[in-house]
Design a protein around this ligand. Structure first.
Ligand code: AP5
Length: 234
C-alpha cells in the first residue's frame, strides 16, 4: 500500500463584489472544517473596535477603494501562520491585485505550500447591485441575509440572535459602482495571472446558493478522488 499523501485545501475565491464569494467560502469552510478567512470581515472588525489598523483603513473602505497591498500582505501572512490553517484555508477577498497574488505565492512558498483551488465566481454586473443593496448582516455573528432570496424568519432580526440586522456602509449604490470599477481594474488582471498557472474553476453564481455550493464542493471531492486513485495505481 503506498504512503497516503496528506490532502490539503489551500483555496482562494475571486469574484466581483456580491458575486457570492463569502457565501460559498463559508459553506465550504464548514464542510471541510477549515477556516474561512474573509479579509473584508477582518478589516471591518478592526474598524468596529477602532484599532490602529481600523483607524487607518476606515475611510478607504467607506469609499470602496482598496487597502494598501503591504498592509494586506502582513494581515494575511499573520493569519495563515495560525495552527488552524495547517490542513488548509479558504481565503475570501484576498488576493485582489497582482501584487497580492505574488505576495500570497511567496507566503505559501516559505512553508512549501501551493494553492490547491482557485474559484472564480461569475455573475452579470446588473444582478450584483440588486444583491448587494438587499444584503443585510447580523452585527453580532456576521450571518449574511438577503431581502430578496435569503430573508430572516422575523423581519429585520437575526435568526440566531435578537439583534437588528444592519446594512454595510459600502453597500450603497454609489459605493457599489465604485467597488465594481476597482474590481475591473485590479482583480480582473489577477484572474489572468492565475489562468496561466493554475486550473481555475469558474462557478456560475447566478444559480441558487445551494447549486453554487454544490459545484464548489463537487470540485473538491473530484480532486480528492483523482489523487487517491493515482496513488492506488502507483
Ligand atoms: P469584502 O468584504 O471582501 O467585499 P467584496 O469583495 O466587495 O465582496 P462582498 O463581501 O461584498 O461580496 P461577496 O462576493 O462575499 O458576496 P456575498 O456572499 O456576501 O471587502 C470590503 C472592502 O474591504 C473592500 O472594498 C476593500 O476596501 C477592503 N478589502 C478587503 N480585502 C481587501 C484586499 N485583499 N485588498 C485591499 N482591500 C481589501 O453575497 C452577497 C449577497 O448576495 C448576500 O446577501 C447573499 O445572501 C446573496 N447571495 C450570495 N450568493 C447568492 C446566490 N447564488 N444567489 C442569490 N443570492 C446570493
Amino acid at each position: 500500500m503506498p504512503n497516503r499523501q496528506k490532502l490539503t485545501y489551500h483555496t482562494i475565491f475571486l469574484g466581483a463584489p456580491g458575486s457570492g464569494k463569502g457565501t460559498a467560502a463559508s459553506r465550504l469552510g464548514a464542510y471541510l472544517r477549515i477556516p474561512h478567512i474573509s479579509t473584508g470581515d477582518m478589516l471591518r472588525e478592526s474598524v468596529a473596535s477602532s484599532t490602529d489598523l481600523g483607524t487607518r483603513v476606515k475611510a478607504v473602505m467607506e469609499q470602496g477603494l482598496l487597502v494598501n497591498d503591504e498592509i494586506m500582505r502582513e494581515l494575511v501572512k499573520d493569519r495563515l501562520q495560525r495552527a488552524d490553517c495547517r490542513k488548509g484555508f479558504i481565503l475570501d477577498g484576498f488576493p485582489r491585485t497582482i501584487a497580492q497574488g505574488k505576495a500570497l505565492d511567496e507566503i505559501l512558498a516559505e512553508s512549501h505550500k501551493r494553492l490547491d483551488f482557485v474559484f472564480v465566481m461569475e455573475i452579470e454586473e446588473n444582478a450584483l447591485v440588486r444583491r448587494l443593496s438587499n444584503r443585510r448582516i447580523c452585527p453580532q455573528c456576521g450571518r449574511v441575509y438577503n431581502l430578496i432570496g435569503l430573508k430572516p424568519r422575523q423581519e429585520g432580526l437575526c435568526d440566531d440572535h435578537p439583534v437588528a440586522l444592519i446594512q454595510r456602509e459600502d453597500d450603497r449604490e454609489e459605493t457599489i459602482r465604485k467597488r465594481m470599477t476597482v474590481y475591473r481594474e485590479n482583480t480582473l488582471p489577477l484572474i489572468e495571472y492565475y489562468r496561466n498557472r493554475y486550473l481555475i474553476v469558474t462557478v456560475n453564481s447566478d444559480a441558487t446558493i445551494d447549486k453554487t455550493v454544490e459545484v464548489v464542493v463537487n470540485t473538491v471531492l473530484e480532486r480528492d478522488s483523482t489523487l487517491r486513485k493515482k496513488e492506488e495505481e502507483v
